[in-house]
Design a protein around this ligand. Structure first.
Ligand SMILES: [Zn+2]
Length: 261
């Protein structure tokens, strides 16, 4: 029965020999074939006349198992599906891998370091599998599906080829909070850095504006040897009188009116 059903499918193979025996979905060693759609769903899909690709493609055991009960009918959609499932399954390890640096482990207890290291290693493997973009494949009817994509992450027009590099850029250069932003970009926006940044800024807009003003006032007070309560009160007073004034503008007025000799 299975043999007859499998005749519905075109067998797909990697075009380039460097991908022979590699899982199409994650790049691990392929030991199975993923049937798109799964063999045990074929009868009902054919009966219902649903549109599917009917291709089988090399897969590792884990990707095969993750997709086994997924009624997902195209290779591209299965590719996206399995990445989501890997992300969920290894969420904790991925988080450790992306959040921790080896250098932070120095003062920790052995037991803790051991478990963080194990998480980092597992997370690194999962990240590598997630980044794998498949390969061009040919089917028996000689049609070739070209697939030469690289994972790309756009951060405000800057392109990164590695998720962790993009994340570190946001943390180190754009100043977002590491764990809060990680949660946004992974859980809420599925790797879309720009939407995650938009949401992050929306959330922090008022906080950032307020703390910026506070920083300006403090450094102004220090620089000009003024009491910072006095500076804060005067800035507020100027801004009340002229709401279009920025903190910088108010400080400038304060300087010109009261400090400059
Ligand atoms: Zn795989």
């Amino acid at each position: 029965m299975t043999k007859k059903l499998s005749g519905y499918y075109q067998q797909a193979y990697a075009v380039s020999s460097k991908h022979f025996n590699q899982c199409f979905y994650c790049g691990c060693e392929a030991t199975e074939r993923d049937y798109c759609p799964p063999l045990h769903m074929l009868q009902s899909i054919v009966d219902l006349g649903e549109d599917a690709e009917f291709i089988s493609i090399p897969a590792c055991y884990e990707c095969f198992a993750l997709l086994h009960n997924e009624r997902v009918l195209t290779i591209d959609a299965r590719f996206i599906k399995v990445k989501k499932k890997i992300t969920t399954k290894y969420a904790k390890a991925l988080r450790i891998f992306h959040m921790w640096h080896e250098s932070e482990l120095d003062d920790m207890s052995d037991e803790f370091v051991h478990s963080i290291r194990a998480g980092m290693k597992l997370g690194a493997e999962a990240a590598e599998r997630l980044a794998f973009q498949g390969y061009s494949y040919a089917t028996e009817d000689a049609s070739v599906t070209v697939r030469e994509k690289r994972a790309e992450f756009d951060v405000q027009g800057k392109t990164f080829y590695d998720f962790k590099d993009a994340l570190n850029y946001c943390i180190n250069d754009l100043g977002v909070d590491r764990s809060e932003f990680y949660k946004l970009v992974v859980e809420d926006y599925n790797g879309d850095f720009n939407r995650a940044l938009g949401q992050y800024r929306h959330r922090h807009d008022r906080v950032t504006a307020a703390s910026d003003a506070d920083t300006l006032i403090k450094s102004f007070a220090k620089q000009h040897k003024q009491n910072s309560d006095f500076v804060t009160r005067t800035v507020k007073h100027f801004i009340n009188k002229d709401p279009s004034l920025t903190t910088e503008g108010a400080l400038e007025q304060l300087y010109n009116n009261y400090i400059k000799k």
